[in-house]
Ligand binder design. Structure first.
Ligand code: ARG
Length: 487
C-alpha cells in the first residue's frame, strides 16, 4: 500500500542511514510543520525521516479518520464546534478516507505520521475549519485511540480465523473416531489413541487461545481520547459520548495511563505467542507425519512445494513456515516488553516503536490462521499406516498390566510381568497379541484366554471410556460438545 512517492523517500532514507550519521545537513528556514511555531530552523533532513512513522502507520488511516469524526461530533455536541463546522470536517474526512481506500492519497514523510498527514490534507481541502479538528486532543491520545480501534478489529479477525480452523478440525475429526494411531510420549509409541482424539487436542489448545484473545479485547476496548497530551483538556468534553460513537465499552480512568501504556498491545502479542506456540507444535507433527517414515497423513499438492534439484520431493512448506514464523512473533513480544520497560510517565516517542512489531504480529497470526484453516480440512489421513505403526510399538502393554491388576496383582508387579513379556516379544519379533497363550500364562498364571480382548487395539481404545478419554463414543460426544461451544 506504499505509494510511489513514499518508496522514493524510503530509498533516500536508506541512503542517508548508509552514510555516516554525523554528516551535517544544511539547515534551511522553517519548513512548515504543523508544530513549528517556536522553531527557528528547519528539521534536519535525516531527523525528518528518522522520526517519521508514516511509512508504517498508514495502516491506521481509516481508524484515525473514524476517531476524528467521533471527536469532532462530540466537540459539536458540547458547543466547541458549530454544526456547520462539524459538517465540513466530516465531509472532508470522508473524502480523504475514500482517497486512501482507493490508493490516491499522497503520503508525505515531511508530515511525519498518519495523524498529521490526514489533518494537513483536511485543512488543504476545507480550509481554516480543518485547523479546529485538533481542539482538545493531542496526537498522544489520538494514536492510543487509533491503535485500540485497529487492534479491536484485528482481534475479531483473529477470533474468526481460530473458529474457522476449529470447524475444520471438527469436520475432520468426526470421520476419524475409530481410526487408530499410536499416541506418543517422548516420541516413542505409548498407547493406542484415535486420530480424532489427537485432532481434538489441537482443538482444545486453540480454544484457550480464543478465550485469551477475547479477554484481551476487553482491556483493548476502552477509550483513551480525552486524555489529550497527558493531563486532560480544558474543554467541556463528553468522553462517554465519544466512547459510544466508537463502540468502546468504557473510558480510561487516568489520563497519564491512557496515553502512555501499551500493555494491551503486549498482551495481544503474548496471546499471539501462545497461539503460534500451539500452531508450531501441530506444524511439527504435520511435518513429521507427512514424511515417509511416518506416512500418517498426506497433504494435497496445493499446500506443498517441490525441490529444484530432487524430482521426488514434496515438501510441507506451509507447516514449516508456520513453525518458522513463530520466532518472529516471540521476537515482537520481546521487542514490546523491552520497549515499555523503564519508560517514565507519560507519553514518550519510544512508543512510536510499538507499531511495527504489533502490525507484524497481527499479519503473521492472520496469515498462519488462514493457512491452517484452509489446510486442516484437506488433510488426507493414511489409516493403514497409522494402524501398522500402532501395532509396532507394544502400545497395548499398559492394557495388559491393567488386566493383571484387575485380576488382583499389584500394579508394580504387573508392570514387571508385562515388561518381561515385551522383552520376549522383541526377541521373537511378535506383538503382545501375537504371543501364544501358553507363553503368556507362563509369565503369569492370572492370564487367561480373555486377555486377547484387551490386547487388541480396538479393545484398548474402547476401554478408556470416560470424559477426556479416547474411546470412540467419548470422542464423538466431545466433538458434539465442542461444536456447541463454538456455535
Ligand atoms: N507517531 C506518533 C506515535 O506513533 C504519534 C504521537 C506523537 N506524539 C508526540 N508527542 N510526538 O507515537
Amino acid at each position: 500500500m506504499v505509494s510511489n512517492s513514499l518508496i522514493a523517500t524510503n530509498q533516500c532514507h536508506t541512503a542517508i542511514i548508509a552514510a555516516p550519521i554525523h554528516v551535517s545537513h544544511l539547515l534551511s528556514d522553517k519548513n512548515d510543520k504543523l508544530w513549528d511555531g517556536r522553531f527557528t530552523e528547519a528539521t534536519d533532513a535525516f531527523v525528518e525521516s528518522f522520526t517519521a512513522s508514516i511509512e508504517f502507520d498508514q495502516v491506521l488511516a481509516l481508524y484515525d479518520i473514524e476517531g476524528s469524526i467521533a471527536h469532532a461530533t462530540m466537540l459539536a455536541s458540547v458547543g466547541v464546534l458549530t454544526d456547520n463546522e462539524l459538517g465540513q470536517i466530516r465531509e472532508g474526512l470522508k473524502v480523504i478516507g475514500d482517497e486512501i481506500r482507493t490508493d490516491q492519497f499522497k503520503w508525505s514523510v515531511a508530515l511525519e505520521d498518519i495523524h498529521m498527514n490526514v489533518e494537513k490534507a483536511l485543512t488543504d481541502r476545507i480550509g481554516e475549519v480543518g485547523k479546529k479538528l485538533h481542539t482538545g486532543r493531542s496526537r498522544n491520545d489520538q494514536v492510543a485511540t487509533d491503535i485500540r480501534l485497529y487492534l479491536r478489529d484485528m482481534i475479531d479477525q483473529v477470533c474468526t480465523g481460530i473458529r474457522r480452523t476449529q470447524e475444520g478440525i471438527l469436520n475432520l475429526a468426526a470421520g476419524e473416531t475409530e481410526t487408530i494411531m499410536p499416541g506418543f510420549t517422548h516420541l516413542q509409541v505409548a498407547q493406542p489413541i484415535s486420530f480424532a482424539h489427537h485432532l481434538m487436542a489441537w482443538f482444545e489448545m486453540i480454544e484457550r487461545d480464543h478465550a485469551r484473545f477475547l479477554d484481551c479485547r476487553k482491556r483493548v476496548n476502552t477509550l483513551p481520547l480525552g486524555a489529550a497530551a497527558l493531563a486532560g483538556t480544558t474543554y467541556p468534553i463528553d468522553r462517554q459520548m465519544t466512547a459510544e460513537l466508537l463502540g468502546f465499552d468504557s473510558v480510561s480512568e487516568n489520563s497519564l495511563d491512557a496515553v502512555s501504556d501499551r500493555d494491551f498491545a503486549i498482551e495481544f502479542c503474548a496471546d499471539a505467542s501462545l497461539l503460534l506456540m500451539h500452531l508450531s507444535r501441530w506444524a511439527e507433527e504435520m511435518i513429521l507425519w507427512t514424511s515417509p517414515q511416518f506416512g500418517f497423513i498426506e497433504l494435497p499438492d496445493r499446500f506443498c512445494t517441490g525441490s529444484s534439484i530432487m524430482p521426488q520431493k514434496k515438501n510441507p512448506d506451509v507447516p514449516e513456515l508456520v513453525r518458522g514464523k513463530t520466532g518472529r512473533v516471540f521476537g515482537s513480544l520481546m521487542s514490546l516488553l523491552t520497549l515499555m520497560k523503564g519508560q517514565p510517565l507519560a507519553y514518550n516517542k519510544d512508543n512510536q516503536e510499538d507499531k511495527e512489531p504489533l502490525f507484524d504480529t497481527v499479519n503473521t497470526v492472520l496469515g498462519c490462521l488462514t493457512a491452517f484453516a484452509d489446510m486442516i480440512p484437506a488433510i488426507m489421513p493414511q489409516r493403514d499406516a497409522m494402524r501398522a505403526a500402532t501395532l509396532k510399538g507394544y502400545a497395548t502393554a499398559t492394557d495388559l498390566a491393567d488386566y493383571l491388576v484387575k485380576k488382583g496383582l499389584p500394579f508394580r508387579d504387573a508392570h514387571d510381568v508385562v515388561g518381561k513379556l515385551v522383552a520376549q516379544g522383541i526377541e521373537s519379533g511378535l506383538d503382545l497379541s501375537e504371543l501364544p497363550l501358553d507363553q503368556l500364562t507362563s509369565a503369569s498364571n492370572l492370564i487367561e484366554q480373555d486377555v486377547f480382548d484387551v490386547l487388541t487395539l480396538e479393545g484398548s481404545l474402547s476401554a478408556r471410556d470416560h470424559i477426556g478419554g479416547t474411546a470412540p463414543g467419548q470422542v464423538t460426544d466431545a466433538i458434539a460438545r465442542a461444536r456447541k461451544r463454538i456455535s
